[in-house]
Design a protein around this ligand. Structure first.
Ligand code: FAD
Length: 498
């Protein structure tokens, strides 16, 4: 006899716990009760402040007012990541959320651009990307243009602590029950091995039919109790440590994250309304903790506002992200390092997948297998996109960069790089989070020069091709004079004092 799922318990009150609780309650709240357990004494990982555009879906589903959201989480707008020193020292490129050029039937825009380059065009691909143009001028406003060529796709940088607090408020308003306390004992059904109850240090007990493990890297339910296993990817993504520090912010608010390659990893800079988030992600085989902290402190360009937060991690994924009656969401389900700000997105997509496959009438193994197969593929696709940045570096200044350049990479990734180099063609697998324009920008930015372009790009005369590009550039630039600065937008839209 299968147990109907009427009660869900979420263990953990970090970003993953509160996104899970809020979405589950919002979407399934008429049939399912949601209780969240967290321990203030343990606290959260305290990082995770840059997002990607699908986060807007979460906000829409939760009915979040954007101006209020920006104010409450002290958020800023993110249009791109600027990668500095990644190919070689002194060079940079943007990976924007936009699409260069315009979408063309059968043949991507970049083939036309490539043909024009062979005919003497000087402009970079990014000159045809509105996101890039806005980054260059520090400008932003929502654009409601009818022509998709003027889509300005964006995400946010926000304060992780304030974000969790904001989602907690929304969740509690919707009826999520929050229980404070440290889980010290986990009870299981003797026959099935399913988890039945969590016993807290303060004597409380939490019973549920389904448990969402949002307990962070420790994976208290999925790993420490159910031993679901971990697939280690540190041979491809060797950074295993980070140190994070907040600092004062005086400069204009940039609408992008900075990712600066350093000797044994990379440094992030995330502008929020009230501070900058800074961190160094590094390989402990190439740099020790003291050196990393020292390096980051030396490379802050304003006063530090917090003590250094040191974090150790292992890149990889939980082999079974759903096992028995436990679904791992957030850091307990795996971690791919923060280079492309994908972790919060993985939380959102895990909860979406769970809702789609929700076991209302009890656990079914084929349902669980489907969930696990989908999340495995998603993790692998994102993993390969992150490896791409490392493997293509041409830096000669440090052993770390030589090691990641010389490592063997997944064969599908190698195929994608070879195909692009040879013909300019881009393979985007079904459901890959990263669209063609993302692959294109990073492959070009990291130095792959396609040797050919699609023959369809020859369908225009030379004169028509140059006129097409001239006009497109003009259209992309048209909104700029009317757009406010990013700071002015935040002031007018969300009421921030500049
Ligand atoms: C260096 C670094 C930088 C990152 N940057 C980004 C980024 O820019 N963008 C992005 O999308 N992601 C980023 N991430 C990932 C992001 O931080 C996480 O995905 C996100 O914070 C979710 O964490 P979590 O909620 O799973 O875990 P945590 O924040 O660790 O929360 C765990 C929760 O479980 C509770 N808990 C644990 N044990 C118990 C217990 N025994 N009893 C009761 N409660 C318990 C804790 O109290 C806490 O509430 C980054 C991660 C790292 C390490």
């Amino acid at each position: 006899m299968q147990t109907q799922v009427k009660k869900v318990a979420v263990l953990g009150g970090g970003t993953s716990g509160w996104i899970s609780a809020a979405l589950l309650k919002k979407v399934l709240g008429t049939t399912v009760d949601v209780e969240l357990v967290e321990s203030e004494q343990i606290g959260t990982v305290g990082v995770g402040e840059a997002t990607i555009p699908p986060i807007q879906k979460v906000n829409q589903v939760l009915g979040i007012n954007e101006a209020e959201f920006l104010r409450e989480t002290k958020a800023t707008i993110k249009l791109a990541i600027k990668f500095e020193n990644w190919r070689v020292n002194g060079e940079s490129y943007f990976h924007t959320f936009g699409a260069p050029g315009r979408s063309m039937a059968f043949c991507h825009f970049h083939h036309f651009w490539k043909r024009a380059k062979t005919l003497g065009l000087k402009e970079s691909l990014w000159e045809y990307d509105l996101n890039y143009l806005c980054c260059k001028e520090n400008k932003f406003a929502q654009i409601n243009a009818k022509d998709p060529v003027l889509d300005l796709s964006y995400a946010y940088h926000f304060d992780a602590g304030l974000y969790a607090r904001y989602l907690r408020k929304l969740s509690e308003q919707m009826g999520v029950v929050r229980t404070e306390g440290r889980v010290e004992k986990i009870l299981q059904d003797e026959q099935s091995g399913n988890i039945t109850r969590l016993k807290l240090e303060n004597g409380k007990e939490v019973q549920a039919d389904l448990f969402i493990d949002c307990s962070g890297f420790r994976g208290l339910l999925i790993q420490q109790t159910l031993n679901a296993g971990f697939e280690d990817w540190s041979h491809w993504l060797p950074c295993d440590s980070a140190v994070a520090i907040a600092s004062e912010r005086h400069e204009q608010t940039a609408p992008f994250t900075r990712s600066i390659a350093r000797e044994a990893g990379w440094q992030w800079r995330i502008p929020l309304q009230h501070r900058n988030g800074n961190g160094l992600v590094y390989s402990s085989a190439h740099l020790n903790k003291e050196q990393a902290e020292d390096f980051l402190l030396k490379h802050l360009d304003a006063k530090a506002l917090s003590e250094p937060n040191h974090i150790r991690f292992k890149t990889g994924r939980r082999r079974k992200q759903w096992h028995k009656n436990v679904v791992a969401v957030g850091l307990s389900s795996g971690f791919l390092e923060p280079l492309e700000s994908t972790s919060i997105h993985l939380i959102q997509s895990a909860v979406t997948r769970l809702i789609q496959l929700f076991p209302h009438d009890g656990m079914s193994q084929s349902n669980i297998n489907e969930y696990n197969a989908q999340s495995k593929l998603e993790y692998e696709q994102i993993r390969d996109f992150i490896i791409l940045h490392y493997t293509l570096n041409e830096r000669t200044d440090a052993p770390f960069w030589r090691d990641v350049r010389e490592m063997e990479i997944p064969s599908l990734l190698q195929h994608k790089m070879d195909l692009f180099r040879e013909s300019g063609k881009i393979v985007r697998e079904f459901n890959d989070l990263f669209h063609e324009s993302s692959w294109l920008q990073v492959m070009l930015g990291q130095g792959i020069e396609p040797q050919d372009y699609h023959p369809l790009a020859n369908s225009m005369s030379e004169a028509d091709l140059f006129e097409f590009l001239r006009r497109l550039k003009e259209i992309k630039n048209e909104p700029l004079p009317k757009l406010p600065s990013h700071d002015l937008f935040l002031e007018k839209f969300a009421g921030f004092a500049g």
